[in-house]
Design a protein around this ligand. Structure first.
Ligand code: NDP
Length: 238
């Protein structure tokens, strides 16, 4: 059955790969990012015809509300939400500018809270739904140079478990995928050869490999409040 899937950060990287899998399943997908052209280009390449692209900054409450209003009017209630919009501004804490701290916190953590709040309202109407947030291995392990980023990812784990408890009785499930190194724009410019030495599987992951885990959690009817690492074993070595 064709359902409605909303993917924040769907224009690139992991979110785009998730959008592709949802579309291949026959669902209608709302592809969302700050750059409308990029979201439209990603939506146009999805399987099937009925997808939409939306411009929305996930850190802005009024934009998130407008996006969900538009999705509701056009498609109806949401069944799947994936929060793959994220940024990093990696620097030692002492060198980090306040505005960068605020944008990382507001995009990665507050943004996910805002989209989940809006999606849960919609899911209550259709008596069920599934949410997957994207965390990171550093949410649990920490990393020098990523104090703020890793705090948002650790925060998302607590948020995911708490929301899972709040909405389980309404047949809404909430889980989190925690990737390691994945070949996307976020990793561009990093020294891949050096980094993969620390990965037991000896390579970066591909966006599609993370998306498969996201799809599993969206569809797994008896799994909620869980963190699923998709990191080539990286957390074992950290
Ligand atoms: P990319 O940089 O490839 O894509 C990020 C996506 O988020 C883009 O679609 C971008 O579009 C969107 N985005 C960024 N800021 C906002 C915003 N304020 N509002 C709406 N959309 C926004 O990143 P990845 O695919 O690599 O990352 C996806 C998630 O996975 C992130 O949460 C990241 O932290 C996490 N992750 C990634 C890892 C990796 O190795 N790549 C490892 C661990 C976790 P636009 O810029 O147009 O808004």
């Amino acid at each position: 059955m064709s359902e409605v899937g909303v993917v924040f950060g769907g224009s690139r990287g992991i979110g785009r790969a998730v959008s592709q899998l949802l579309a291949a399943r026959g669902h209608r997908v709302a592809v969302i990012s700050r750059n409308l052209d990029a979201a439209e280009a990603a939506a146009a390449r999805l399987a099937g015809g009925q997808h939409m692209a939306l411009c929305c900054d996930v850190s802005k409450p009024e934009e998130v509300q407008k996006a969900f209003q538009h999705i509701h009017t056009t498609y109806g209630n949401v069944r799947y939400l994936v929060n793959a919009a994220g940024i990093n501004r990696d620097r030692l804490l002492l060198r980090m500018r306040l505005e960068d701290m605020v944008s990382v916190l507001h995009t990665n953590l507050l943004g996910t809270m805002l989209t989940c709040r809006a999606a849960v309202k919609s899911m209550l109407h259709r008596q069920g739904g599934a949410i997957v947030n994207i965390g990171s291995v550093v949410g649990q392990k920490g990393n020098s140079g990523q104090c703020v980023y890793s705090s948002t990812k650790a925060g998302l784990e607590g948020f995911t478990r708490s929301l899972a408890k709040e909405v389980a009785s309404r047949n809404i499930r909430v889980n989190l995928v925690a990737p390691g190194f994945v070949r996307t724009d976020m990793m561009a410019g990093l020294d891949e050869e050096a980094l993969v030495r620390g990965v037991p599987l000896g390579r970066f992951g591909e966006p599609d490999e993370v998306a498969q885990a996201v799809l599993f959690l969206l569809e797994a009817p008896y799994v909620t409040g869980q963190v699923l690492p998709v990191d080539g074993g990286l957390r074992l070595a950290m």
